[in-house]
Design a protein around this ligand. Structure first.
Ligand SMILES: Nc1ncnc2c1ncn2[C@@H]1O[C@H](COP(=O)(O)OP(=O)(O)OP(=O)(O)O)[C@@H](O)[C@H]1O
Ligand SMILES: [Mg+2]
Length: 513
């Protein structure tokens, strides 16, 4: 048994850090957790996997004191625990990095880490705070500048701040809810290194992910959830990826439709010498050229921060081009406002569904018709029956759960929110679909479904796919363009080696990790 400087013993008599016993949680008609029972051993990396809406986040929010279970018991290090708020959880040495970070944007890294420290009654000097943070950064391989403001940081850096915050509070049971969904491949590697350090220092890690590759890379033990239940807990050595994916979706994964339409020679979307400025007035796109053919799926590969976001925003009319032009089937689109672009056949699956894809407080049906209100209006009146019929059809087709037309967007699980955005954008058979990280947060079955949908969209129009998942790009693209420092620096096809693409992503310098 080890005791950390918090006075918290990190192992219990039976070696379990956490034990869930028959946890139930209902939201209205949805049974989100249904008699969930399993144990997390102290010092292990325990992955929780399962379909979108299976109840993973709900269970973790219960453990962190953000939801109160209807019934059931949680044992922490062998002792029955009452966790009624995050404050209770923190006092028990439990920390959580949620998918949407709770940092104060205008404050510095150090202020975010030290402030809001529950129970801290004494003043810590800036110098001492910075020193403590620097020590934690070093021990856990989490490099960030303590003096930087959160608003200046990338998503990956913000996640490191959240982790530091948890470590600063001396948590030794750390919950990570889909931490890799927002990271680039390089950042994922560095998160793995941090997880290994945390494990080596005796911490217990609970890790939610949809990527099976990650489960086999970092986890010791896996729990599968389905329909609110914990259906199996096993050691990674006991299961193959194929078996695991069948356990997750409860059936064999359908294979991808292999009938692919060949690209035509017609140019659908042409971007010429595009120059766009970033937030700080610097040139982010520096004369970018690309051509998307009709019936083509063009993948844009690149390390995050090389102009992908600005390219997508310029194509969607959300960011002004200071030079160059954008053409759709020979007609100039440069400077066209977003709503008009939509009516010209450009659809957009945004990278961050929370900030630009939907309205949290609206229902599913309201979100599905956002931007298409006129189509459902007669004499100025919205036709609710038509909207409801269309919504029911889309919810069936995209398997959006729960099947409740009036559920508020904010009450859907992350993956189901993503399905709503995709359903809305694909409904109109766009001429050009700009899909930015379209399968982020989707379970294996739903990701495969969306991949098939992207191929279908390509057979009816064209698709520009921006993804940090190189496997996804390789699998779906007819052609791959690599973006680096605001320009397309190379073009590849499937037959090219992944290493060559990786090397181009780094500007032709060095190895791709
Ligand atoms: N606050 C809430 N109000 C109503 N329903 C909710 C609420 N939170 C979650 N739910 C419902 O509970 C179920 C489980 O959701 P949860 O977020 O736990 O799933 P998940 O396994 O994390 O899925 P994903 O992989 O998509 O993130 C879903 O049907 C969801 O719609
Ligand atoms: Mg979730």
């Amino acid at each position: 048994m080890t005791v950390n400087d918090n006075g918290i013993t990190s192992t219990s008599i039976n070696g379990n850090a956490i034990e869930f016993q028959s946890i139930c949680k209902r939201f209205g008609s949805t049974l989100a957790n249904d008699k969930v029972s399993f144990a997390v051993k102290a010092g292990e990396v325990h992955a929780i996997v399962g379909e979108n809406g299976a109840g993973k986040t709900t269970l973790m929010r219960i453990l962190y004191g953000l939801h109160k279970p209807d019934s059931g018991t949680i044992y922490v290090r062998g002792k029955e625990a009452r966790i009624e708020s995050p404050k209770d959880a923190i006092a028990l040495g439990i920390g959580m990095v949620q998918q949407h970070f709770a940092l104060i944007k205008r404050f510095t890294v150090a202020e975010n880490i030290i402030l809001g420290q529950e129970g801290s009654k004494f003043y810590i000097s800036r110098e001492k705070g910075n020193k403590l943070i620097a020590e934690l950064s070093r021990s856990f391989d989490l490099s960030v500048d303590p003096e930087a403001r959160i608003e200046e940081l990338s998503v990956g850096e913000q996640q490191r701040v959240e982790l530091l915050k948890v470590l600063y509070r001396k948590a030794d049971i750390i919950i990570l809810d889909e931490p890799t969904a927002v990271l680039t491949p390089q950042e994922i590697e560095s998160l793995y290194a941090t997880i290994e350090r945390m494990k080596a220092s005796g911490k217990t890690i609970i890790f939610i992910t949809h990527k099976l590759k990650e489960v086999f890379r970092v986890a010791d033990t896996i729990t599968v959830m389905r329909g609110g239940r914990s259906i199996a807990t096993m050691s990674v050595a006991e299961v193959t990826p194929q078996e695991l994916s069948e356990l997750i979706i409860g059936k064999e994964l359908r294979v991808r439709g292999e009938q692919r339409v060949e690209p035509k020679n017609t140019e659908a979307l042409v971007v010429e010498n595009l120059v766009v400025l970033g937030e700080r007035g610097n040139e982010v796109l520096k004369g970018l050229n690309l051509v998307l053919k009709e019936n083509e799926l063009l993948g844009i590969a690149g390390v995050e921060g090389n102009g992908q976001t600005e390219l997508v925003e310029a194509l969607c009319g959300l960011r002004r081009a200071v030079n160059g032009r954008i053409m759709l089937f020979g007609h100039e689109l440069t400077g066209t406002p977003p709503w008009l672009l939509r009516s010209k056949g450009i659809a957009h699956i945004p990278e961050d569904r929370l900030s630009s894809g939907m309205i949290d407080e609206f229902t599913v049906y309201e979100n599905l018709i956002l931007g298409y209100q006129t189509e459902f209006s007669r004499a100025g009146l919205l036709q609710k029956n038509e909207i409801m019929n269309e919504t029911a059809k889309l919810m069936d087709e995209y398997d959006i759960r729960p099947r409740d037309l009036e559920v508020k967007m904010k009450n859907l699980s992350g993956g189901n929110q993503q399905k709503v955005v995709i359903a809305r954008e694909l409904r109109k058979n766009p001429k050009v679909l700009i899909a930015n990280q379209p399968t982020r947060g989707l379970d294996v079955g739903a990701a495969l479904f969306v991949h098939n949908k992207l191929l279908e969209a390509k057979s009816k129009g064209s698709v520009l796919l921006i993804s940090s998942d190189l496997d996804e790009i390789m699998e779906l693209s007819d052609r791959i363009a690599v973006i680096y420092e605001g320009r397309i620096v190379g073009e590849f096809d499937k037959k090219d080696k992944v290493e060559d693409i990786g090397s181009a992503m780094l500007g032709g310098k060095g190895e791709y990790a």
